[in-house]
Design a protein around this ligand. Structure first.
Ligand code: HEC
Ligand code: HEC
Ligand code: HEC
Ligand code: HEC
Length: 235
C-alpha cells in the first residue's frame, strides 16, 4: 500500500534536506556529491549539477525575473510541469547557453537579467518617432526605389539583402534607439556605406539575432536588439 500523500511529501522533503546537508558538508571533498537528478524528481536542465545548488538557483530566478516561485510552479508541486512558464524557463536556459557558447566565446556575457531585468517578460522598449524622422531626413529614398531590394539602392548591403530599401530608415532608427546612440556611433558621418568596426559588430549582432530566432522561435520572434541593449551600448 502507498503511504498517504502528506507522508510522501514529508519523506521527500526529509530526503531533500538530508541531501542538501550532505552535499553542503561534503562539498569540497572528493566524495561523489548528490546530484540534482538524484534528489529531485523531474530534472532535465540541471542534470549533473550538485543538488545543493538547485534551491539557491531557484531563489536567484525569482530575483532575476522579479517573480514568486508560483510564477513557474504550483506551490509544493515543484516537480510538476503544469505551468507553461516552467517550460519556457527551460527553453530560456537552452537559449542562454547557446548565446554564451556560440556567440560570446563561452564567456557568460548574457544572463536572464540581461533581458528580463526583474520582469516576468522583458520590458517593452518604447519607440521614439523623432529617431525615424531623423533617419528619413539623413537618408532620403526616391519614391521609385522604396520597394527595390536594399542592395540595389545602397552601396554596401551585406546583412539586410532582400529588405525593401524603404524599410532601411526604420531599421536604422530602431538600431539607434535600441542602443541609445547617434548614427555616427556606427557610421562615419555622411559616408554611410563605409565600414567601421562598430558597424561590423552590428552586422554580427544581426546574424546572432537571426540565428537565435531561427533556432528557438522557428523564424518568428519577439526577440530583438532592445531586449538585450535596452537603450545602452553595452548591455
Ligand atoms: C522562472 C521559473 C521558475 C521560478 C521562478 C522558480 N522555479 Fe523552480 N524550477 C523551474 C524549472 C524550469 C525547474 C526544472 C529544472 C530542471 O529541469 O532541471 C524547476 C525545478 C524546481 C525544483 C525541483 C523539483 C523536482 O523534484 O524536480 C524545486 C524543488 C523548485 N524548482 C523549487 C522552486 C522554489 C522553492 C522556487 C522559489 C524560490 C522556484 N522553484 C522558482 C523554474 C522556476
Ligand atoms: C535574449 C533575451 C532573453 C534572455 C537572455 C532570457 N529571456 Fe526569458 N524571455 C525573453 C523574451 C523575448 C520573452 C517573451 C517571449 C517568450 O515567451 O518566449 C521571454 C519570456 C520568458 C518567460 C515566460 C514569461 C511569461 O509570462 O510567459 C520566462 C519564464 C522566461 N523568459 C525565463 C527566462 C529565464 C529563466 C532566463 C535565464 C535562464 C531567461 N528567460 C533569459 C527574452 C530573454
Ligand atoms: C548599431 C549600428 C548602426 C546605427 C546606430 C546606424 N546604422 Fe546605418 N547601418 C548599420 C549597418 C550594420 C549597416 C549595413 C547593413 C548591411 O550590411 O546590410 C548600415 C547601413 C546603412 C546605410 C546604407 C549604406 C550603403 O550605401 O550601403 C545607410 C544609408 C545608413 N545605414 C544610415 C544610417 C542612419 C541615417 C542612421 C541614424 C539614424 C544609422 N544608419 C544608424 C549600422 C548602424
Ligand atoms: C543576446 C543579447 C544581445 C542582442 C539580442 C543584441 N546584442 Fe548587441 N551586444 C550584446 C552584448 C553583450 C554586447 C557587448 C559585447 C562586449 O563588449 O562584450 C553587444 C555589443 C553591441 C555593439 C558594440 C557596441 C560598442 O560600441 O562597443 C553593437 C554595435 C551592437 N551590440 C549592436 C546590436 C544590434 C544592432 C542588435 C540587433 C540586431 C543587437 N546588438 C542585439 C548583446 C546583444
Amino acid at each position: 500500500m502507498l503511504p498517504p500523500v502528506g507522508r510522501i511529501d514529508m519523506l521527500r522533503s526529509t530526503r531533500i534536506i538530508f541531501a542538501l546537508l550532505l552535499s553542503c558538508t561534503l562539498a569540497p571533498a572528493a566524495e561523489k556529491q548528490a546530484l540534482a537528478e538524484d534528489v529531485f524528481k523531474n530534472i532535465t536542465m540541471f542534470k549533473g549539477m550538485p543538488a545543493a545548488r538547485v534551491i539557491p538557483a531557484m531563489d536567484a530566478l525569482t530575483g532575476l525575473l522579479g517573480v514568486e516561485c508560483t510564477y513557474c510552479h504550483v506551490a509544493h508541486e515543484w516537480d510538476k510541469d503544469d505551468k507553461p512558464q516552467k517550460q519556457t524557463a527551460r527553453r530560456m536556459f537552452q537559449m542562454l547557453e547557446y548565446l554564451n557558447h556560440d556567440h560570446f566565446g563561452g564567456k557568460n556575457r548574457i544572463s536572464c537579467w540581461t533581458c528580463h531585468r526583474s520582469h516576468g517578460k522583458p520590458p517593452q522598449f518604447p519607440e521614439d518617432p523623432r529617431r525615424l524622422e531623423q533617419a528619413r531626413r539623413a537618408m532620403p529614398i526616391a519614391a521609385a526605389d522604396e520597394f527595390k531590394p536594399a542592395e540595389q539602392v545602397f552601396h554596401n548591403i551585406q546583412a539586410l539583402t532582400g529588405v525593401p530599401a524603404g524599410e532601411l530608415p526604420t531599421i536604422m532608427a530602431y538600431f539607434s534607439s535600441a542602443l541609445g546612440v547617434e548614427c555616427t556611433h556606427c557610421h562615419a558621418a555622411g559616408h554611410w556605406d563605409k565600414d567601421t568596426p562598430v558597424k561590423q559588430t552590428a552586422r554580427k549582432m544581426l546574424a546572432m539575432a537571426d540565428a537565435t530566432i531561427q533556432r528557438f522561435y522557428g523564424g518568428l520572434s519577439p526577440l530583438g536588439c532592445p531586449d538585450c541593449h535596452q537603450g545602452s551600448i553595452k548591455p
